[in-house]
Write a new protein. Structure first.
Length: 341
C-alpha cells in the first residue's frame, strides 16, 4: 500500500516534450494503425511516455539509484524497455492526463492520483518474454494540450510552443513494394513561405528527414531519397493546403489546413506512484472490460488487468534496496579482486 507521501514528484520540463516528439516522429516510421493513419491522441501519448522515461532516468541519477541499460532497441522501434534496477527489468507504464479540470485537481491535491487504476492491457501482459520478477512502475503525466482549433489559437496567441504534424497513410508510410519515392515534390498554397520537415525511411530502412522551405504555389523537389514517408511537420500552422506527389504513388496527398495536429504538450508534473512485480500483478490484478470508466479514461478501449493505484508498493524502499544491492555487489567484487591479487 502507498500513501500520498510516497508519491514521487518530477518536474516536467519542455526539453522532455522535445525529446518525446523526436521519438514519436521516428516511431511513426514503423508504427501502423488499422484505420490507415495514427491519431494525434495516440501520438501525444507516445510523447508523454518517452518524457516520463527520460524524467525517470533523471530521478534515478539525481537520487544516486544505480541502474543499467539492457540494450536499446532502435529508435525506429516504438516499444522500448531499457532500464534495469538490481538486475530486474523495469517496464514503465505511464498515463497522460490532459483534461484541464483533472490537471488542476492534481496540482491542488496530488493524493487524488491514488484513485487512479494501474492498468495493463491483457494482451500486453500475456506476451511472451516476461519474467516473474519483472518490475512494473506506474506513473501519471499531468499536462495541458492545445487540441481544438480554438485552443490552438489561444495557445499560439499566448506564445506557447507547438508542433504541427500530419501522419501519412499506410500506402506512403508502410508501402507493400519497397522502392524509392521518385520525383517527390511538395507544394504549398500558403501566401507566405513555410518551413516543412518530412520524415521516413531510406532504402536501408534507416530513419531520415529532409527540411524544405516552400514558397507560395511553387513545386519544390525533394533531394533526399525516401522509400517511405511517415509524416509531414510544419513550422507553423498552415493556413492553406499543402500537397505531396510522387509518380510511384497512385494517390496525391493533399493536407487541408484543418488536418494538422498539435502534439506539443505543456507538462506540469510527472507523478511516480508505485510498483509491482509481474508475478504480484498477476495475483492481484482483476479484469476490466473495454468501455469502462477510470480516472485516466472516460472509456477504456481494450480489456485490461487492473490493480488500484493505492495498492501498489512504494518506490522509496525499492530504490533503497537497489542502492544496497549495488553496494553489496561492489563490495563482493572488490573482495574477489583482492583475493585474486
Amino acid at each position: 500500500m502507498i500513501k500520498p507521501s510516497d508519491i514521487l514528484h518530477l518536474p516536467y520540463t519542455p526539453d522532455l516534450t522535445e525529446n518525446g516528439i523526436a521519438y514519436a516522429c521516428r516511431s511513426l516510421a514503423s508504427m501502423s494503425d488499422r484505420r490507415g493513419i495514427l491519431k494525434a491522441e495516440r501520438l501525444r501519448g507516445i510523447v508523454a511516455g518517452m518524457s516520463v522515461e527520460l524524467g525517470f532516468r533523471r530521478l534515478l541519477t539525481s537520487q544516486e539509484v544505480p541502474f543499467h541499460v539492457l540494450g536499446n532497441t532502435p529508435f525506429t522501434h516504438p516499444l522500448r524497455y531499457d532500464v534495469s534496477l538490481g538486475g530486474h527489468r523495469c517496464i514503465l507504464k505511464s498515463f497522460l492526463i490532459t483534461r484541464p479540470s483533472q490537471v488542476d485537481l492534481i496540482q491542488r491535491d496530488p493524493a487524488i492520483v491514488l484513485q487512479a487504476a494501474a492498468l495493463i492491457p491483457i494482451d500486453k501482459f500475456a506476451e511472451e518474454g516476461h519474467r516473474p520478477d519483472d518490475v512494473y512502475i506506474f506513473a501519471l503525466a499531468a499536462a495541458k494540450a492545445a487540441t481544438s482549433n480554438g485552443a490552438v489559437d489561444s495557445s499560439l496567441a499566448a506564445g506557447q510552443p507547438s508542433f504541427f504534424i500530419h501522419p501519412l497513410p499506410n500506402d506512403w508510410a508502410r508501402p507493400t513494394t519497397w522502392q524509392p519515392l521518385e520525383k517527390l515534390v511538395l507544394k504549398s498554397e500558403c501566401e507566405a513561405p513555410i518551413g516543412i520537415e518530412i520524415g521516413g525511411l531510406d532504402g536501408g530502412r534507416e530513419f531520415v528527414t529532409d527540411r524544405l522551405e516552400l514558397p507560395s504555389r511553387t513545386r519544390i523537389p525533394v533531394i533526399q531519397e525516401f522509400h517511405s514517408l511517415a509524416y509531414v511537420h510544419a513550422a507553423r500552422h498552415p493556413e492553406a493546403r499543402i500537397g505531396l506527389h510522387s509518380p510511384t504513388r497512385e494517390k496525391v496527398i493533399i493536407i487541408q489546413a484543418h488536418a494538422w495536429s498539435n502534439i506539443w504538450i505543456n507538462g506540469s508534473e510527472i507523478l511516480l506512484t508505485g510498483w509491482l512485480t509481474h508475478e504480484e500483478y498477476r495475483h492481484r490484478g482483476t479484469v476490466l472490460n473495454a468501455g469502462m470508466h477510470t480516472f485516466q479514461f472516460d472509456r477504456t478501449r481494450v480489456k485490461n488487468l487492473l490493480v488500484p493505484m493505492g495498492e501498489l508498493n512504494p518506490l522509496g524502499p525499492l530504490f533503497e534496496r537497489v542502492r544496497r544491492w549495488e553496494s553489496e555487489r561492489r563490495s563482493t567484487n572488490l573482495s574477489h579482486t583482492k583475493i585474486d591479487a
